[in-house]
Design a protein around this ligand. Structure first.
Ligand code: AMP
Length: 373
């Protein structure tokens, strides 16, 4: 069951050929600067032609193509086989994700042209969170305005949260249905999710991937009044957009959006970097506390993504002061560096704390193969 996984950006195509059963990556690659001088392709259609050339004889082994799609709106609650109608629906949802969905769609259209004989499956970042109760997904604004503009919490990183939740259950040798979980996806983009019996009941990202935790370059939570204030002060919409999406988060607070730089700066005695880490951890604890309350108990807290998988110091820091809630790491177990899923809380701790590496490409491949298989 080889699935070709495509993650199409506005000027890039990332791809992987994955064996969904053995979980082996047969081949992977990246086209960059599409449509730019000296780039790998003139457009996405040309890009897919290049990709097919690179695939060579492997192309014949592909049983499905899995496409990462950022926003599925309220329409898509699960991976979906793509036909013209689904394409049109993804296009319609583009108003909610103007940077991402058109780029994803360009990849879908090009890949369907290049590989017309296999099913193409859209796997949505938002789909897993469609199980959230209305109490969690509803913003308290005029109902008619919200409905007209599709304004509600959708949540993102769903493919990762679901994959990590399943792996966590396997590691604990428990059924997913029996578990209350908090997953902290801490990477360049970051989000938290509360997962009860395998269903997302709350998550920190919202209408867009801007809400919630402190990220590499995104602000996360901020009073919407601050936006109005900046607009009234004369900043343009584009300037406010760039400020919050591209010049905020760790980058805004320290000058670098890369957590390794921030940690190095703290080591060197930089006060801004020290504050940035405090804000980062404070925000994480804010959501952990909230989700404990929403879940009404907790079996395991799971760290994943670049920071969550690789930084023992920051995992410890994120849970600092939460021992009274049964949450903490065992120093020796936390210090172990490994690519495998593992428990890092002490033996017999009231709440298990885990590190579970995420793998969105594999998750997309498995979702696609399950759907067409
Ligand atoms: P991701 O978006 O999941 O690839 O995660 C990227 C983030 O993980 C960046 O902020 C990296 O600085 C961070 N990261 C990767 N390795 C480490 C590490 N060993 N310690 C701290 N942060 C790390």
């Amino acid at each position: 069951m080889r699935v070709f996984v495509v993650n199409s950006g506005s000027s890039s195509i990332k791809y992987q050929l994955v064996d969904a059963e053995s979980e082996n990556v047969v081949l992977s690659g990246l086209l960059e600067r599409i449509g730019q001088p000296g780039g790998d392709a003139v457009d996405h259609v040309d890009g897919m032609r290049v990709v097919l050339e690179r695939l060579g004889d492997h192309a014949a082994s592909i049983v499905a193509v899995g496409h990462r799609v950022v926003h599925g709106g309220s329409a898509f609650t699960a991976p979906t086989v793509i036909d013209d109608e689904v394409e049109a629906a993804i296009e319609q949802i583009s108003t909610l994700a103007p940077l991402h969905n058109p780029a994803n769609l360009a990849g879908i259209r090009a890949a369907r042209l290049a590989m017309p004989d296999v099913p193409h499956v859209a796997v949505f970042d938002t789909a897993f969170h469609q199980s959230m109760p209305a109490a969690a997904s509803t913003y308290a604004i005029d109902r008619a305005v919200a409905l007209d503009h599709g304004i509600r919490r959708y949540g993102f990183h769903g493919t990762s949260h679901e994959f990590v939740a399943r792996r966590a259950a396997r590691l604990l040798d428990r059924s997913l249905e029996s578990l209350k979980l908090i997953v902290l996806h801490l990477g360049n983009g970051s989000s938290a999710a509360a997962i009860d019996a395998g269903r997302s009941i709350d998550t920190s990202m919202g209408l867009t991937p801007l809400q919630g935790l402190v990220m590499g370059t995104r602000s996360g939570d901020i009073d919407p009044g601050a936006l109005l204030h900046l607009l009234r002060a004369g900043l343009s919409i584009a300037e406010v957009d760039a400020l919050l999406n591209s010049r905020s988060g760790l980058l805004g607070l320290t000058g670098s959006g890369d957590m390794r730089d921030v940690e190095a700066a703290v080591e060197a005695g930089d006060a801004d970097a020290a504050l940035a880490l405090e804000v980062w951890a404070h925000r994480i604890r804010h959501y952990v506390g909230a989700y404990l309350a929403q879940l009404g108990g907790l079996d395991a807290l799971v760290f994943t993504a670049g920071i969550g998988e690789n930084s023992p110091e920051l995992r410890a820091r994120a849970l600092d002061g939460l021992a009274h809630l049964g949450l903490g790491v065992d120093a020796d177990r936390n210090a172990v560096r490994s690519r495998d899923a593992r428990v890092i809380s002490s033996e017999g701790a009231p709440v298990s704390v885990l590190v579970v590496p995420t793998n969105e490409e594999l998750a997309i491949a498995q979702a696609a193969s399950a759907l067409v298989g």
